[in-house]
Structures are given as C-alpha cells and as structure tokens.
Design a protein around this ligand. Structure first.
Ligand code: GDP
Length: 296
C-alpha cells in the first residue's frame, strides 16, 4: 500500500536529506512536489491544502533553515504532520465494559463487511482472549446469515443460530439476550449491507442501534473506492454514531487516498485495516507506523 506516494516522497526527500544548507525557495519547491504527490495519491483537496500550508509554514522557519540538518528536519515535520492527519491517537476498541460489549458492523454491500466481522471476531478471540459471538442481522440478502455461520466455523467463533423469518431488531434482541445468558464478552452484529446510502436501511440500522446500544459502531469501507469511501463514511456518520472505520482492501491500494483523507474529512478514526482475503488478514491501524511506511 501507498507505494506510489512513498516513491514520490522518497525522491523529494532524498534530495533534501543530505543537504547541509537549504533556503526557503528550495523548501517551498519541495513542498510543491509533496502537494502534487498527495493529489496523485487521491487525497481530498482540502486535506492536501491544509497539510501543505501547515508543513510549509513550519519548514521555512528560521530554526529549520539554520539548523545543521535542515533536510532531516523538514522530513520530520512532514512525518509528524502525516501522523496527525491520520489521527495521532491510536484508537483502541471500547470493549472493557460490563459484558457483553456490543460491536455493530455497518457498511455498503461488497465493502467486505461480513468477512471483516469474522476477522475481527477471530482477532478478539485469539489476541484479546475474549469470548465472542457473532450474529447476522442481514435478512435482505439470501444466504447472508449462512455465510457468517460458515465463516464462524472457519474462525472457530460462535454464531447465533438462525431463526428463519425473524426481523433484524428481533434478531438483535435475541442475540443480546443469548450473549448475556451464555456469558459472552463481546457480541458482533453484522448488519445488512446496502447498495448505496439508502434511507430504509439507514432507519433499520438506527432501530438496531437503539435496541443493541452498541459500544462501537464500526463502518467498513473499501479503500479501493478512494474518495467515494470517504464520502460514504461521511454520509453514514451523519446518520448513526459511527465510532470508527475499518478500511478493507488496503492490501491492493497503491495510492492510499481514502486512508489519508478519512480522519480529516469525517473526524472518525480508522481502527483496523483489511490486508487480504484470509481470515487473519486484519491489522490494527497505527498512524505512526503508517507514516513511517510512507516515508520509508
Ligand atoms: P460484504 O458484502 O460487505 O459483506 O462483503 P464480503 O465480506 O462478502 O466481502 C466481499 C469480498 O471482498 C470477498 O471476496 C472478500 O474476501 C473480499 N475482501 C474483504 N476484505 C478484504 C481485504 O481486506 N482485502 C482483500 N484483498 N479482499 C477482501
């Protein structure tokens, strides 16, 4: 991921790094290249503007230009600004509550929501040693509930038995009761996907949230859709109290625009990154590591 941005920035900064002296004109020229690199990575224009204005202002300061290693200082300023843009505070899940902690998964159809639900369930089971149950509330797509059950068997995670004909709010109620009775720490609710941001399904999601009172509402979006992913996140956030974003298919995203714009545009932290189709391919999203990866 981020290959092209990383290459572009790498060549800009290689030129600066070794220099014992830099003047303002050179720094401004480098910052113009940073701006172009971010735009080519499909980062939203207002985000690019804010980023380059801030970085340029700091980088042309006398303390930087007069220092012994001005090039390195400029790179450090860019690094710190990238971390901030990605959402400096690495965000943990809010799951240390009286069990069961409820995590509701929402998103468009095909975003990778069901796969991510199973990946997250496995991660919470193995890494965090939690007792996890999953339940599918998707009664719109035939076989959606069965898909989650199959993933549950693969991941060795319990799923709520399917009762044909039951509606989402009732399934949520039953899941909650069952999780309480059976002593599960975490209940993951996989809600129905939607083709686009559609009012009927938004209302269903709100009704489920009211019954389930989730600790986390995680929005799953596909990184490959670039700025659309950010726009989708913005629309969802306006309707329900999204607490974090899971960005899927980051493994195939050479540009990284969605990841870089998400926090600034939606105000929501990216909490996890999908890095492949496998059930283990889910990573925590750590802004400092990502910035480090981008700057090489
Ligand atoms: P849903 O309709 O949102 O529930 O989507 P699914 O969970 O059924 O996923 C759709 C497809 O995307 C499946 O083939 C998944 O294996 C694939 N997928 C999901 N997450 C990732 C990811 O992070 N990387 C890659 N490469 N594929 C993914």
């Amino acid at each position: 991921m981020f290959e092209s941005l990383s290459d572009r920035l790498g060549s800009v900064f290689d030129r600066l790094r070794g220099r014992g002296a830099l003047n303002e004109t050179e720094v401004r020229a480098a910052m113009r290249e940073v701006r172009i690199a971010l735009l080519e990575a499909d980062v939203a224009l207002p985000v690019v503007r804010e980023f380059t204005d801030k970085v340029t202002e700091q980088a042309v300061g006398q303390q930087v230009l007069k220092s012994v290693t001005p090039g390195q200082q400029v790179v450090k300023i860019v690094h710190d600004a990238l971390v901030e843009m990605l959402g400096a505070d690495a965000s943990e899940l809010n799951i240390e509550v009286t069990p069961p902690a409820v995590i509701m998964m929402v998103g468009l159809q095909g975003s990778g929501k069901t796969t991510t639900t199973a990946k997250l369930a496995k991660r919470l089971t193995e890494k965090d040693r939690k007792k996890v149950m999953m339940a599918s509330l998707d009664v719109n797509r035939p076989a959606a509930q069965e898909q989650l059950a199959i993933l549950g068997r693969q991941a060795d995670v319990a799923t709520l038995p399917v009762v044909q004909g039951q509606q989402p709010v009732d399934i949520a109620r039953r899941a909650l009761q069952s999780a309480k009775l059976q002593g599960f720490d975490i209940l993951l609710l996989d809600t129905a996907g939607r083709l686009h941001v559609d009012q009927g399904l938004m209302d269903e999601m709100k009704a489920v949230a009211e019954v389930a009172d989730p600790e986390e509402i995680l929005l799953v979006v596909d990184a490959l859709t670039g700025q659309d992913a950010v726009n989708v996140a913005k629309s969802f956030s306006e309707q329900v109290a999204v607490t974090g974003v899971v960005l899927t298919r980051l493994d195939g995203d050479a540009r990284g625009g969605a990841a870089l714009s998400m926090r600034a545009i939606t105000g929501k932290p990216i909490k996890f990154a999908g890095m492949g189709e496998g059930i283990d391919a889910l990573e925590g999203f750590h802004p400092d590591r990502v910035a480090g990866r981008i700057l090489g």
